[in-house]
Each structure stands twice: as C-alpha cells, then as structure tokens.
Design a binder for this molecule. Structure first.
Ligand code: AMP
Length: 557
C-alpha cells in the first residue's frame, strides 16, 4: 500500500490555491481523494483539507496557539521571535512565514526524513494527549521536530493546519460534493451520512469501501452526536393548522439545546453546536442515570431556572462554558432539562413519527425536578395554540413550537415539520385609553386595557386590547393607578383619560377595520408600564404602518 506523503498533500493544497471556481475545486478534490489508497490517509486528508484534526464533537484538541508556533519555529530554525514577527508582518500569514524560515534553514541541512500523513497524525495524537505540567514544552518540541523534517511548502500547510485555518476555502459543502463525485454517490445521501456521523472523514472512508449501500446503512451511534432537527419561522397559527391538520404544540423554552446520550454505563451531553458539554453539567449527568432508562439518545432544552422562572439566557451559557470549579455554579445557576424527543432507544434508531416517539419518550423517563418531559398538546384549534403561546410567554419562555405529529426526526433538517412561533416584532409604546373589568375572581380588577397610537395631529387611534402578560399583583396595582383616570363607565367597559403608556410586545400587526387606526395587534402582551413616557411620546401610526410593511420583508428570515 502506498502511503501518502505530507509533501504530496501540501502540493495538492498549493494547487487548490490557484483555482477560484468552486466546481473546479470540488472536481480536483474528488480526483485526489479517489487516488488515496490507505483508509486512514483518506480520513486524515478529508479533515486536514478543512483545517481540522478531529471532528468538532471530539473532545481532543491540539491546543496549539500562535505563541507555541513561534517557539517551535525558533527551535527548528534558530530564528528569534522578534525576527519571525517582522517576517509575519511582511507575509501576513504565519504559514508563509514558516515556509520562508524553513527554506532558509533547509539550504544548510542535507538529510530529512520524509514526512507522511500517518506520521503527522501520530504526532498530532500525541500532542493532543498531553496535559498538565510540562505539556507545553513537550508540544513545542514535537512541533519543532515536525518542522525539522518539513520542506518549505510542508511547513506552510503544517502551520496552517495546527492553527486550524487552511485558507483554501474548502468548507463542508465542497467536501460533501467532492465525496459524492469521487464515488458517484448522490450528494444528499452523503449529507445524510454526515448528519448522522458528524465526521466527513468517516463518511469518505465508508463511501470508498462500501459505496452507496454503505452510506445508507450508517446508523446513529451512542456517544456520537447527531445534527439536531431545527425549526422554521411560522407564518402563523393558521398556516400550521392548514399544513399539519393536527398540531403538536410545546412551549419554546428559553434555554439552550442539549442532546443526551446515555448508554454503555456513561452519559454524554452535546450542545447545539455538538460540543461535548458533559463536564459542565454533572448534576444532569447524575439525574439522567437515575431517572432515564439506559440505552437512549434524547433531545431537549436545558433551562436555567430560579424561583420557577427562566433566568436570562447568558446564565446558561456561563454554565456550559464552565470546565473547572463547576460545583460553585450548580447552586447559582440551577438547570432543568425539558425533554421533547427521542432519537434512539433499545439499541436502535427510532424511525417513527413524532407521535410515536413521544409515547416512547414517556415510557423512558421517570420525571423529576431536574428532568421533565415538555408538556405537549395535540390540537387543530387556534384558541388552544393561542392559549399555550400566552402561557409560555407569561412563564417567561419564548413562544411555542408547532410540530407535525406525523413527521420523522430528520437530523440537521430545518423544515416545515417544526415551526417556531415567537414575538419577533419590536415592542410598541401605546397609550392606554380604556379598559374592562374582569370576570369572576378578577371582577374587582381592570383586566384588559385598550391601546392607542398617535396620528400626525396628536389624535389617539385605537389599535387593540391587551389582556395578557400581567401578574395578578400587577393588575391590582394597575387598577389602583387607573381608577382615578376613569372618565366614564358602561357595564364593564371603562374609558380612561389618556395618561399612561404601556410597552407591549405582539406577534404581528394586521390590517383591521375594527379600530380606527386601521391596524390591529395580534397577541399583544403587556411588557411594562412606561412611567417615563408621556402620551405625546407614544408610538405613531406612521411607525406602525412601517412595522406592518417590514413584516413582509423579514418573515422568512
Ligand atoms: P431558534 O433557535 O430560534 O432557531 O429555535 C430553535 C431552538 O428552540 C431549538 O434549537 C431549541 O434549542 C429550542 N427549543 C425550545 N423549546 C423547544 C421545543 N419544545 N422543541 C424544539 N426546540 C425547542
């Protein structure tokens, strides 16, 4: 078997730099990949072309920064750091800088061992296994040894590779198409294989050895993350009902995605970007072991919750980033996981519609304080969805997810089977011009408020009513505040002297003959009382008309 040399790889990279057409680059890569005989060489080349040494979910990393490269170059060439920095200023690229330095040095030495891809990989694996005291020095030495064996052009790509930036413009799309072209396979199938394995190196090796059939057979595996299914922005509730007939509705939790793998005695947790975040979430790991049946891959949202309400989103990211002294953060930022899907159970990928996956999910989890299953209703009624949407917002979450109960889980797919509905519009500041006393328990409270905007003459034009977003406490306070402003009352309906301004959020602005403004707010929700704003400072009909227009531009973003 002919092993690929690092020189051949580097010369190939160099030839790519001269091409700008993506099609041509793809074709060249396809040809190069096809000629590689050894499987591990093929694996490495695919990753190296993208400037990666490991797939992104692999916890291993080289941990080599620019400073370490300077040190290694200094040892290999005897040139001082200051000189190297000067040269870098000229070339603008540390890869080219290394190339120049090695060229100068090479003229003085006679014999070098030929570097192979295999050898480079071995050294990389050693480097990434080093940690603790003295590891920096060892890394520098190992990298310096590679430089000593490198030709100038190899030094260029070696440098770029350890820094993770090949400057070849070869991304995932090109690699996918090149693999497809090399072995005559449909790009979509290659893409699907990637979604499942998240490792193009592996996809290439399977494509080469087993072709189309091999890729089709690829299965989800425990402790290897799967790309997560994603959602599209909903046009509205009616759209969801029209397209799905019956809609499975869940809260859209304000947290961050987690994929939990539990099997073979261990738990691994991946973030939305498929980074391994297991170490940051020890209490969730323990809880999963306690309350979930082993042998599963689950999908859910981790939310930082304090006193029953989600904490601002940054908090959960702080937890995720934490690798050391995690203990301190456990109490400060308590996390709860809401599970909403299952991809794998009992040793198998679950290729079933959502409604059946949901039943399986329920059978796998014994809910606890830390881990629960997201509540779900299945309905074809607009009011039910509206109610759930308001509940979610009142609880401090983002909105709702509307899912097709008949749909499969498609990794990495952003499709019409999951639609997200959340307030996307800028809030409005509107004048409170009227209200209505509540019913039953709330009959002593004014529980809905009529809102108006200004026209160019300072007249007030009504745009809707807001009846959600208030806590009972707030309603008590607001009732006291508004009572003195009542100008007249008829039945439960009251009119106020215009004085206070509410900031409101809403889902959408619609045209409507119902109010004299000609517009109506869909799902308006109280955000706060703008005591700082006077009536004259409220939003105008002109702004509302602009926002109305802007919806058509931004809806699909
Ligand atoms: P976005 O980030 O706006 O594209 O919305 C999609 C994200 O919403 C997902 O990646 C999840 O992190 C999050 N999410 C919250 N609740 C749910 C839910 N019930 N089902 C699916 N995704 C959810």
């Amino acid at each position: 078997m002919v092993m690929l040399t690092f020189r051949e790889f580097s010369e190939f990279c160099n030839s790519l730099e001269k091409i700008s057409s993506t099609l041509e680059i793809t074709a060249k890569i396809a040809g190069f990949l096809r000629k590689i005989e050894d499987d591990s060489d093929l694996y490495d080349v695919v990753l190296f072309l993208m400037g990666k040494v490991y797939p992104s979910w692999d916890e291993r990393e080289l941990g080599i920064g620019i400073g370490l490269v300077y040190e290694a170059l200094k040892i290999a060439t005897g040139v001082e750091r200051k000189k190297i920095e000067e040269l870098l200023r000229e070339t603008g690229d540390l890869g080219k800088t290394a190339e120049v330095l090695i060229r100068k040095k090479r003229q003085l030495t006679l014999f070098q061992e030929e570097l192979t891809i295999r050898k480079v990989r071995e050294v990389f694996d050693t480097i990434s296994s080093l940690s603790g005291e003295g590891s920096q020095k060892r890394k520098i030495k190992l990298l310096a040894d590679l430089y000593v064996s490198a030709s100038p052009i190899e030094a260029r790509y070696l440098t770029r590779l350890v820094l993770g930036e090949m400057r070849l413009g070869v991304g995932e799309g090109i690699i996918r198409d090149a693999i497809a072209k090399a072995w005559g396979i449909d790009s979509e199938l290659v893409e699907r294989a990637y979604m499942i394995t998240n490792d193009f190196g592996k996809v290439a090796v399977v494509a080469k050895r087993e072709g189309k059939a091999g890729l089709e057979k690829l299965k989800i595996k425990l402790h290897i993350p799967v790309k997560m299914m994603l959602a599209q922005v909903a046009e509205g509730i009616e759209q969801a009902i029209r397209e799905m007939k019956r809609v499975a509705v869940e809260w859209k939790f304000d947290g961050t995605r987690v994929q939990i793998h539990w099997g073979e005695g261990k738990v691994t947790i991946y973030s939305r970007r498929l980074e391994n975040v297991t170490k940051a979430l020890p209490e969730i790991v323990e809880e999963v072991k306690k309350v979930v049946k082993e042998g599963v891959i689950l999908d859910g949202e981790a939310v930082a919750i304090k006193d029953g309400r989600p904490m601002p989103f940054q908090h959960i990211l702080r937890r995720f980033r934490r690798k050391h002294e995690v203990g301190k953060m456990l109490e400060k930022i308590p996390i709860k996981v809401y599970l909403f899907d299952v991809l794998y159970a009992n040793g198998e990928t679950i290729d079933l519609p959502l409604k059946e996956r949901r039943t399986i999910l329920e059978s796998l989890v014994k809910e606890s304080d830390r881990i629960t299953i997201a509540e779900q209703i299945v309905t074809n009624k607009e009011e039910d969805i509206e109610e759930m949407y308001n509940q979610a917002l009142n609880a401090g979450h983002e909105g709702v997810m509307m899912k097709n109960p008949e749909s499969p889980y498609i990794p990495g797919k952003r499709g019409k089977n999951w639609l997200k509905l959340k307030p996307v519009m800028e809030n409005l500041d509107l004048v409170v011009v009227g209200g209505e006393w509540g019913e039953g328990k709330r009959s002593h409270l004014i529980s809905s408020f009529e809102l108006a905007c200004l026209d160019e003459y300072g007249r007030l034009l009504r745009v809707g009513k807001v009846a959600t977003g208030f806590t009972d406490e707030q309603l008590e306070e607001l009732t006291e505040l508004f009572k003195p402003l009542i100008e007249y009352q008829e039945g439960k309906v009251v009119k106020f002297k215009p004085y206070y301004v509410f900031e409101v959020a809403y889902q959408e602005i619609q045209k409507s003959p119902k109010y004299e403004s000609g517009f109506a707010l869909r799902f308006p929700r109280f955000v706060r009382l703008r005591e700082d704003k006077s009536v004259e400072e409220a939003d105008t009909i002109e702004r509302i008309a602009k926002l109305y227009e802007s919806q058509f531009k931004s809806k699909r973003s």
